[in-house]
Design a protein around this ligand. Sequence first.
Ligand SMILES: [Zn+2]
Length: 429
Amino acid sequence: MQGNVRKLFLPFLLSLTLMITLLVSVGFEATAQSGATETPTSSPEDRPNRNDPAVFYGEPAVATGDAEWTLGERTFESFYPNGFTFTIEASSSAGAIESATVVWSHAPRNITRRAAEFDEESGRFVATWPGIAEASIPPWVAVNYQWRFTDEAGNTYVSEWFTGEEYYITDEEWSRYESEDIIVFVEGTLPEETGQMTLDAMAAQRETYRQAWGSLLSNKPRAILFGSRDSWNRWRRGTENPNVIGQTSSEWGGIAQVVSRGGIEDLTYGTVLHEVGHLYQNEFAPSGFPAGTWWIEGNATFFELYQQYDYEQRVRDVAAAGQLPPLLDGSGPGATGRGPDGRGRFGYDVGYTFWKWIVMNYGLDAHRQIIEGVGRNRLRNEVLEEVLGMPIQEIESAWRVWLGASPTAPTLIPTPTIRIPPTVTPFGQ
Ligand SMILES: [Zn+2]
């Protein structure tokens, strides 16, 4: 990939006249909006989408005061897993710069900042983030950044965003793949086809995602795929749970995953599609999917094209045994807990069947309508009744009958305490 230091030589001078023109026009726009004419308040759909990198990172530079600011050479250098360093040459016509701060972002709407020190020797401001000594951030996340300055006269300057850097690794072999759907980083120890399979899986689900959510993710996600525990553990702090094989974060705009016993077919057509489903949940209905519930995990599972086993048949077996518990009354089964059949991840599988039942009977459009409802903080059951057009008891009955269960849930008999030690079930999805 790229060398370990990428220098950018883009000195420029910000014209004071241009700045004033900009500020005046912004001010005018604001006045016009709050004017006497009764214009309706803009709906959320009309507002700029700040999850869109072109919008979030497209903000122009902003200055206050009357100084002329000059930015000279700047650099970004990665020392994975020990963080990265930013440097810049900067000056103000009104006097010495008193404070300099770098602000960086791995994905729109998420920022971290660090104060810079002036280095006399190089004549530059330098800011360093120490990496794993401070936080667990995987390699290959995007690093977009801006600089903010205040001079001794109190003038301030916030630069535009500088985009395109990454938290790169120089001492391991990785490959990069990119399509319109995703950016994939594949560690060299994984089979060569892993990258292309991920692109293919994402392409195969593209229209399903689009119809189910109303549009595609605003920010192209990144999948960072590790081939071994050793390389996986490099970016994670402390003694982490060895059962954790993946992490997804809207703050980094992507998913990090280590290959497990399911192999690369499970990784690419199963896990990646599932985790991308969580990114959709975070963008389109951030408060509509409580963590750890059958609702959130069943929904993400619905987007998998490779299953570790036949999830639906497993739930049908439970139904046939007369053991399908209530779903929509109360919290329903927990995501990872054991089912009446003694096997784990019961909520994942039950939730999967519920979303599948919705889509098979009402289409992906019903999925989208449900997302719009819960995305506006409305109650789940209220939204389901409205979109599916029947009372919640009838919804539960219809789903149960579809699975081959009785129309109503049986009275639960307490299950005896299991005395044999439970086996570890494959999670991390
Ligand atoms: Zn999940």
